[in-house]
Design a protein around this ligand. Structure first.
Ligand code: CTP
Length: 417
C-alpha cells in the first residue's frame, strides 16, 4: 500500500507551487491527501489538486458525511504532514494551537512529522510573533523549511518566497524515510532526574528536565519504534500513543527495576536520565523535625552543620551491559549512555563509554547556557569505540532524530553481520 502524506495548502499566492509539489510526491509513489484552507481555494481550484492527487480534496470539517470526525481520521492516516505554503497566519495559529478550520484542527490532532514551508511577505515573515512561532514549532519537533530570498508578489524583496517544490518534496521524502527507520524495534528510554527522598517533603535530586529523553521518545515513535519511556519526576505531560508504554518512577532503584524489566525485549536502551548517584541512608515516612536532627548537628564557626550519610545507587546502564555480557539480554542490544559534563567533555565521556561497557555515548556540555539542561537546543558529540560523530547545534528534537538515525544505522549493520 502506498504511503500517505497530508499536504496542507493555505492562502498564499505561492499556492500554485503546491500543485507541482503534489505532482512530485505522487510521482514518488505517495498517496497524497490534500487539505486546503478556504483562502487557498480562492487562489487554486480544489479540482486541480483532485486531478493531481487522484483523491477528493478535504476542505471543511464537515465535508465528509461518512466520516464525522474527519480531522482525526486524516491525522491518523499519515506519518508526514507537509504544510506548503504556510502563511504567517497559519504558522502563528499552529504555534498557538488554534484549531478553527480543517487544516489547523488536523494539525493539532496530528502526532507524526510536521514539515512546514512558510511563505509570506518579508515583514510578516520577519515579524517577531512569526519568528517566535517558528522557534516554538521547531522546539516541538516540526521541520521548518527556510523560505527563499528574492522578489515577492507584493513587490518587496527579502525572505518569504516558498522554496522550490523539489526542495520541499525532498524534505518530505527524507521525513518519510525517517518515519520507518526504527519499525519493528523496541526502544527503551530513560528520562528526567531521579528523586531520592529523605522524608515526604525533602529530597536529593538534580536539574534534569527530561526534555532530551521525551524528545527521543517522540522521535523514536515518529520513526516507527515501539517505545518504553521510563521517566523520573518531570514537568512534562506524559506522552500518549498506542506504541508507547509510559512508566513513571521516582527513585533510582525504582528506575533500575523498571529498566531491567523493559530491557528483556529491547533492541536499544537510551539512558538519558540523570540518575541520582546517591540516596539518603536514613529515610523517614513522616516529616523529619529540625529539633530531631539537632543531636546530629555540630556548631562550626557559629553555624549549625548537619552531616547526612548517603548510599551509592545502582549504576543502571552498567548493570545492563553486565546482563548483556552474561547472556540474559539480546546479544546485539545497543546501549547508549549520555554524559552531561561541565569540563573535559570528550575525555570524561570516553572514559564512561569504556567503564560502563557502552556502544555509544552522547557527550554534551551542560555548563553552556544555550545547550544545557533547561534549554531548547542541544549540541552533542556521539562517541563510539570506533569513531566520533558531532551533531551540530539544533533543537533537542532534531538532535534526537540524528542520534536515532545513527542508532538505526548501527542496528542495520548488526542485522547484516
Ligand atoms: N547512569 C546510570 N545509573 C547511574 C548513574 C548514571 O545508568 N546510577 C547512566 C546515565 O543515565 C548516563 C550515563 O550513565 O547515561 C552517564 O551518567 P553520568 O551521571 O554522567 O555518569 P556517572 O557514572 O554518574 O559519572 P559522574 O561521576 O560524572 O557523575
Amino acid at each position: 500500500m502506498a504511503e500517505q502524506v497530508l499536504l496542507g495548502v493555505s492562502g498564499s499566492i505561492a499556492a500554485y507551487k503546491a500543485c507541482e509539489l503534489c505532482r512530485l510526491l505522487v510521482k514518488a509513489g505517495i498517496d497524497v491527501q490534500v487539505i486546503m484552507t478556504s483562502h487557498a481555494t480562492e487562489l487554486v481550484g480544489p479540482s486541480t489538486f483532485r486531478s493531481l492527487s487522484g483523491n477528493a480534496v478535504a476542505l471543511d470539517l464537515f465535508d465528509d458525511p461518512s466520516a464525522p470526525i474527519h480531522h482525526i481520521e486524516l491525522a491518523k492516516a499519515a506519518s508526514v504532514f507537509v504544510i506548503a505554503p504556510a502563511t504567517a497566519n497559519i504558522v502563528n495559529k499552529l504555534a498557538a494551537g488554534v484549531a478553527d478550520d480543517l487544516l489547523t484542527t488536523t494539525a493539532l490532532a496530528f502526532t507524526g512529522r510536521l514539515v512546514v514551508a512558510p511563505a509570506a511577505n518579508t515583514q510578516m515573515y520577519l515579524d517577531d510573533t512569526t519568528q517566535e512561532s517558528i522557534r516554538t514549532l521547531e522546539a516541538r519537533g516540526a521541520t521548518i523549511l527556510s523560505p527563499d530570498i528574492g522578489a515577492l508578489a507584493c513587490g518587496d524583496k527579502g525572505p518569504g518566497r516558498l522554496p522550490e517544490p523539489q526542495v520541499i518534496a525532498d524534505a518530505v521524502l527524507q521525513a518519510l524515510k525517517r518515519s520507518k527507520a526504527l519499525a519493528g524495534r523496541h526502544i527503551v528510554i530513560t528520562a528526567g532526574p531521579t528523586r531520592e527522598d529523605f522524608d515526604p517533603v525533602r529530597f536529593v535530586s538534580n536539574h534534569s528536565t527530561g526534555r532530551m529523553g521525551y524528545a527521543l521518545a517522540r522521535a523514536a515513535l515518529q520513526m516507527g519504534a515501539e517505545v518504553t519511556l521510563i521517566s523520573g519526576p518531570v514537568n512534562l505531560p506524559a506522552p500518549v500513543n498506542d506504541h508507547l508504554a509510559f512508566v513513571p518512577v521516582v527513585s533510582a532503584r525504582e528506575m533500575c527495576e523498571a529498566v531491567l524489566h523493559a530491557a528483556q525485549s529491547a533492541d536499544v536502551v537510551l539512558s538519558a536520565a540523570a540518575v541520582a548517584d546517591f540516596r539518603p541512608q536514613m529515610t523517614s515516612d513522616t516529616k523529619l523535625k529540625k529539633y530531631a536532627l539537632s543531636e546530629l548537628s555540630e556548631l562550626e564557626e557559629g553555624e549549625t552543620v548537619i552531616s547526612v550519610k548517603l548510599v551509592q545507587n545502582p549504576d543502571i546502564i552498567t548493570q545492563l551491559s553486565e546482563a548483556r555480557q552474561a547472556g540474559s539480554l539480546k546479544p546485539d542490544l545497543v546501549l547508549v549512555g549520555f554524559a552531561a559534563e561541565t569540563n573535559d567533555i570528550d575525555s570524561n565521556a570516553r572514559e564512561k563509554l569504556v567503564r560502563k561497557g557502552l556502544d555509544l555515548i552522547v557527550a554534551n556540555d551542560v555548563s553552556r547556557e544555550d545547550i544545557g539542561f533547561a534549554s531548547v537546543d542541544n549540541e552533542v558529540l556521539v562517541i563510539s569505540p570506533e569513531s566520533d560523530t558531532p551533531i551540530a547545534k539544533a533543537s533537542k528534537f532534531e538532535v534526537a532524530w540524528r542520534l536515532l538515525e545513527l542508532v538505526s544505522d548501527r542496528l542495520r549493520r548488526s542485522d547484516v553481520d
